[in-house]
Write a protein that binds this ligand. Structure first.
Ligand code: F6R
Length: 594
């Protein structure tokens, strides 16, 4: 949801900003912009280059300046356009913003009544106008007093022509990190972008300001008082992946076995004894997450309820935070987020913590906001995931959540569940799932022109079906529904007609016949049926027109591998239809706004 970068370098910082923007594009790519501040006689001069489209649109002759800010946009207020692209300028100031100013209409009306003329439809322009109006010679004070008037979320970086070499930044509920290295100082929306540039980093907390001036980085409170901070080395796992052949999504699917192996190695070293009391004592648990991570949370519910006898109330974070959940002292709240920056999941976790619950985070980013607010963090080691659609991180989330369920089992019954040792077979099984790819590729070719499809399953296979459907929707732009097979006859069957694709996942021996019944029902109405199962017998006896054999691991863990062919299928559908799987329309990787 928008990426911001700020840089000060003794030499021209244009190239540094430009290359950072290329890395930040995963956060939004509908427009991009740079503002540079060049020191001159009697102050500085701001120049701006901004454009609708990706960061590559900014390429050209380097702009002059030692200090600069940049932005990649994911539109919230105002369509993607040159005018709505950041940076926004007012008087001597230029600003980039990530977040949403929720009271912007009121502020805009007030500023318009005072004679301000707006050149964009964004909420962000309001902030720079407020700063310009508050300015009486003190740059920091102007930014601080403007921020005091904002509600919503923001990470901003601001330049002022009277202060060459200076950037003032503020953070509230949108991520912001400062970095230093290679003779340059940075502020940025994320850590991976700074990898290879900064050697040391330090994250700002909500309500804090960062001021780069005099070749130093200062953390300040709203009154300008210094906040002591410790910088840490850039973590090696944050190092950004370099783009090789094919799309990031294809490469990230290919990385699943390694990501699972790395995550397992990390899990083995994780000291769960630190949260043993909660895992043993919790009478119930909650799981909160969004999108793909929510599907992983649903799989956790299955495992924890069936194997540990602990009821798990699973909510999408956006619902959880507004529905007065009955969460409180003694509850375990598992918050799942690849990025650790998803605004709704952070708020859900904060709410739960505020009510006295114990928050256990599962995240791929060790220094994320979620990890810092949680009582305990279980780290996925999927490595950087650049493609917007989550793939390898989902497999690793499932692995972590099953591992946590196994720990709950251990602390409750003093032994691991019977499937615990099978966790270690997952990297190999994931690699074996690649054998399904030729079938999935042919299937994608055959179904390219379809406009909609169903994914069916029962019990844990419903979760896999839901995740498969989400992938197809978000990158191939085909309407897909992931559905419980038993529910078909209660409405959805009405849509099935000649040639309608229905893909069923059937990995649970006690339910294979039930899933087969559903396939029979749709087939009799003309559906094109597809079945995925690890059982040769089930496949042999099925009426499905297309069959695909999954690798065999214990049933509890099948969701980790059964989803892989579906991830690949969605990617192939997307490519067959001529789209870019890495940058689906209307989406961004890190959803840091509500
Ligand atoms: C779908 C996808 C999203 C994310 C969701 C949560 O492919 O990537 O649905 O899963 O936005 O993101 P995190 O896990 O970063 O909280």
């Amino acid at each position: 949801m928008c990426g911001i970068i700020g840089c000060f370098s003794q030499n021209n910082c244009y190239e540094k900003l430009f290359s950072a923007l290329r890395k930040l594009e995963y956060r939004g790519y509908d427009s991009a912009g740079i503002a540079m501040l060049a020191e001159g006689e009697g102050g500085g001069k701001i120049s701006v280059r901004k454009k609708k489209g990706g960061a590559e649109g900014l390429a050209g002759a380097p702009m002059a300046g030692e200090t600069g800010i940049g932005h990649t946009r994911w539109a919230t207020h105002g369509a993607p356009s040159d005018a709505n692209a950041h940076p926004h300028v007012a008087g001597k100031f230029a600003l980039v913003h990530n977040g949403i100013v929720e009271n912007y209409s009121r502020l805009k009306a007030e500023l318009a009544a005072a004679g301000e003329v707006f050149s964009s439809e964004t909420d962000s322009e309001v902030i720079v106008k407020l700063i310009a109006r508050a300015y009486a010679g003190d740059f920091f004070a102007a930014v601080s007093s403007a921020c005091a008037r904002l509600s919503g979320s923001y990470a901003i970086a601001v330049l002022c022509e009277d202060f060459p070499g200076e950037i003032v930044c503020a953070r509230y509920k949108s991520p912001l990190v400062a970095g230093a290295g290679g003779g340059a100082l940075y502020v940025c929306s994320d850590i991976p972008t700074l990898c290879g540039e900064a050697e040391y980093i330090c994250t700002a907390a909500d309500g804090e300001f960062i001021r780069i001036c005099g070749g130093e980085i200062h953390f300040l409170d709203a009154a300008g008082r210094e906040i002591p901070k410790t910088f840490s080395r850039v973590p090696p796992e944050s190092r950004a992946q370099e783009k090789g052949r094919g799309s990031y999504m294809e490469r990230e699917i290919a990385e699943i076995p390694r990501a699972l192996a790395d995550t397992l190695a990390g899990l083995k070293k994780t000291d769960f004894a630190r949260c043993a009391r909660v895992l043993r004592g919790a009478k119930r648990a909650f799981a909160v997450a969004c999108g793909t991570a929510y599907h992983a949370a649903l799989a956790f519910k299955d495992a924890a309820e069936s194997d540990c006898g602990i009821p798990v109330l699973c909510h999408t974070s956006s619902e959880f935070r507004y529905r007065a959940p009955l969460v409180g002292e003694g509850d375990l709240v598992v918050a799942v987020s690849q990025s650790g920056e998803t605004a709704d999941t952070l708020e859900a976790a904060r709410l739960a913590k505020g009510r006295g619950a114990y928050v256990l985070a599962v995240t791929n980013v060790a220094q994320s906001s979620l990890a810092s607010l949680a009582h305990f963090t279980v780290a996925m080691r999927a490595g950087p995931e650049i493609a917007v659609a989550a793939t390898k991180s989902y497999n690793c989330q499932l692995l972590c959540l099953y591992y946590i369920a196994a720990q709950m089992h251990f602390y409750k019954f003093t032994r691991m569940p019977p499937w615990f040792s099978s966790l270690f077979e997952l990297p190999g099984a994931a690699r074996a799932a690649f054998d399904c790819f030729p079938t999935m590729r042919s299937l994608a070719e055959a179904l390219t022109d379809k406009r909609s499809m169903y994914f069916l399953g029962r019990d844990a296979d419903v979760v896999t079906a839901m995740e498969g459907a989400l992938k197809v929707k978000e990158i191939a732009y085909i309407f897909a529904e992931g559905y419980a097979a038993g529910e078909l006859k209660h409405g959805t069957l009405a849509l099935v007609e000649e040639g309608f694709p229905v893909l069923a996942v059937s990995t649970l021996s006690r339910l294979t016949q039930k899933t087969e019944n559903a396939l029979q029902e749709v087939k009799s109405r003309g559906a094109f049926t597809i079945l995925l199962s690890q059982s040769a017998e089930v496949l042999a006896e099925s009426c499905a027109a297309c069959k695909c054999r999954l690798p065999d691991v214990c049933e509890r863990l099948m969701p980790v591998v059964a989803v892989i062919p579906l991830q690949y299928f969605a990617c192939r559908m997307c490519l067959e239809r001529g789209y870019n799987p890495d940058k689906p329309r209307n989406l961004a990787k890190s959803v840091t706004v509500e």
